[in-house]
Ligand binder design. Structure first.
Ligand SMILES: Nc1ncnc2c1ncn2[C@@H]1O[C@H](COP(=O)(O)OP(=O)(O)O)[C@@H](O)[C@H]1O
Ligand SMILES: N[C@@H](CCC(=O)OP(=O)(O)O)C(=O)O
Length: 259
């Protein structure tokens, strides 16, 4: 019998959190996404949000219109933007009597058994406290490539889903799923290896990952036995629909879990 209360990791990409110009965060969009998550928590699910958007949120303060190429520029943007991001989540979730918890992770926080266990213990304790929504991002202001950066939040969200033994991972993005060569949404994928050929090089102006990184992340999650979805983050209702098992976006079938 399907579990009624699920542990769900939901990733929001930059493209669905920034406004069209990319100069600030899209507050109405945050309001709706947070309301949909609050309804899941109210229904008894445990939800972790992996949120991009820090760099996009910091651009305007530095007088920039595009993602900076240089590392200090990106890190300064993230340092400013991360606090704006959390302020906005805090403001939206408090309306639903929910508290936000910020977890900024680097690759190093998950690459050894000890640090892995520490991170997992934090999530476990947060879930014991009903009414908390953990919000995860990469610790961009200090993580640098040569010291093992995740690089994109698709990968990070899959690692978090594995860490907490999630039942489901949902990647909310600017398209309503993986599109085939005719531009139609692929409804279900049983063999992840067969769909990499559908990836096109384009991605959102403020995004890092692109579809290739999403499929890499999906592979990690489904191989760990976690059902994964890619779905449209600007389509109202997708989050509750997926949680209820409706066929929206693209569903990637999980491999059987090994003991
Ligand atoms: N086969 C495909 N199906 C859907 N989107 C694709 C495909 N190949 C490439 N893409 C691109 O992936 C983008 C989504 O990834 P990205 O821009 O990184 O979003 P996010 O900020 O949510 O991580 C889409 O806007 C689209 O341009
Ligand atoms: N950690 C970065 C986002 C990195 C990232 O993966 O972005 P995206 O491809 O939009 O999910 C930030 O907060 O801006």
């Amino acid at each position: 019998m399907a579990k009624k209360r699920k542990r769900i990791v939901i990733k929001f990409g930059s493209g669905i959190l920034a406004n069209a110009q990319g100069t600030s965060l899209d507050a109405p969009q945050f309001r709706r996404l947070c309301a949909e998550i609050a309804a899941l928590v109210e229904a008894g699910h445990e939800v972790i949000v992996v949120s991009s958007g820090a760099v996009a949120a910091g651009l305007a303060e530095l007088g920039l219109r595009e993602r900076p190429e240089d590392l200090p520029g990106k890190q300064a943007c993230a340092a400013i933007g991360q606090s704006k991001l959390m302020q906005l989540y805090g403001k939206m979730f408090v309306k639903h009597k929910l508290v936000v918890a910020q977890l900024l992770l680097t690759y190093r926080d998950l690459d050894s058994r000890v640090s892995h266990a520490n991170a997992r213990n934090t999530f476990t304790r947060l879930f014991q406290q009903r009414g908390v929504v953990p919000i995860v991002n990469e610790n961009d202001s200090v993580a640098v490539d040569e010291f093992g950066k995740f690089g994109d939040n698709d990968k990070l969200s899959a690692e978090v889903a594995v860490l907490v033994e999630a039942d489901m991972l949902i990647l909310m993005t600017s398209v309503d799923g993986l599109l085939d060569a005719k531009g139609e949404t692929v409804r279900a994928v049983k063999d992840i290896e067969k769909v990499f050929e559908l990836v096109k090089p384009e991605k959102g102006k403020f995004s890092v990952g692109g579809m290739a990184s999403k499929l890499q992340a999906v592979k990690v999650a489904v191989e760990a036995g976690i059902t994964t979805y890619i779905a449209g983050g600007r389509c109202p209702g997708r989050i509750p629909e997926i949680a209820a098992g409706k066929a929206v976006g693209t569903r990637f079938v999980a491999k059987a879990r090994t003991l």
